[in-house]
Design a protein around this ligand. Structure first.
Ligand SMILES: Nc1ncnc2c1ncn2[C@@H]1O[C@H](COP(=O)(O)OP(=O)(O)OP(=O)(O)O)[C@@H](O)[C@H]1O
Ligand SMILES: [Mg+2]
Length: 256
């Protein structure tokens, strides 16, 4: 095998991932691989375990079985903060912004965290100028530059979702875990947000995207994982997943 043919280490790998709480098996036997710069779409009915999977990948929850690797490094034992330092960033199903802080301040906090700046009595203007520059660039990348001075809480749903993406850009996250980024967003904003996420992947970021809009998932994802009752029903290209008999049975009567 030549160097060119050698398979690249995936950016993100889950092996035999399981999560139990009390007597309930929330997730079981989930195996996934996401190459760097690819988007994995995660679909499945309500309660299938999609957000739980993101919580396990981001380190918010500890798996009760299995392992998680980032670029070949086993991070199963690391918590969310340590994984964030390794470039994992996530958004939540409901907005997690600081509503009274300005749009710019929200993005700056992410940039400051990346640069390790601690704001205190001895304010360090150089580090904070750098954070402002990084934050402003991130806002420009998502088209929120003109709204930088607004309180984040005053933004529309669509703009809040854009700000969450700007925060991930400002924090220099390389692996983006996005939990329903289109939730509550007006139809006319779905396409710009889809383009934005596609652009982040094209720049080499790895994306795991939970999304109910099938057209968004099919348009963005190289591979799709279908979760059903905590199990991986199918994992493959959009065409493979749509053609999968089990998926067809589970989604019988629903447009895929
Ligand atoms: N910490 C927990 N303790 C008990 N049950 C939990 C916990 N976390 C998740 N669950 C349960 O696990 C199942 C999966 O939840 P999860 O939020 O991962 O589903 P989801 O696929 O994201 O659903 P939705 O599409 O509604 O967002 C649900 O039945 C939920 O009630
Ligand atoms: Mg969820």
């Amino acid at each position: 095998m030549t160097a060119r043919d050698e398979p690249q280490t995936p950016a993100l790998t889950a092996r035999g991932l399981g999560f139990r709480v009390g007597g309930a098996q929330i997730l079981a036997d989930v195996d996934l691989e996401v190459p760097a710069g690819h988007c994995l779409g995660v679909i499945g009915p309500n309660g299938a375990g999609k957000s739980t999977l993101l919580n396990l990948l981001s380190g918010i929850l500890r798996p009760s079985a299995g392992t998680i690797e980032l670029a070949g490094r086993d991070v199963t034992a690391l918590g969310a903060v340590a994984r964030a330092r390794l470039g994992v960033g996530r958004t939540f199903q409901t907005s997690s912004l600081f509503p009274t802080l300005s749009v710019l301040e929200n993005a700056r906090l992410a940039a400051e965290a990346r640069h390790g700046t601690v704001r205190g009595f001895w304010h360090r203007p150089r580090a904070s100028d750098e954070a402002t520059r990084v934050a402003s660039e991130a806002l420009a990348a998502v088209g929120l530059g003109p709204l930088a001075a607004r309180p984040a809480g005053a933004l529309s749903h669509g703009d809040k979702r854009k700000l969450e993406l700007a925060i991930l850009i400002a924090s220099d996250a390389r692996t983006l875990l996005l939990d329903e980024p289109m939730a509550g967003v007006n139809t006319e904003n779905v396409e710009p947000l889809t383009d934005l996420i596609g652009g982040l992947a094209r720049q080499g970021r790895t994306v795991v995207l939970i999304e109910h809009h099938m057209s968004v998932v099919v348009g963005l994802a190289e591979t799709i994982a279908v979760l059903d009752s905590g199990r991986l029903l199918a994992h493959g290209t959009p065409d493979e997943v749509i053609a999968n008999d089990e998926v067809q049975r589970a989604y019988l009567g629903q447009a895929l």
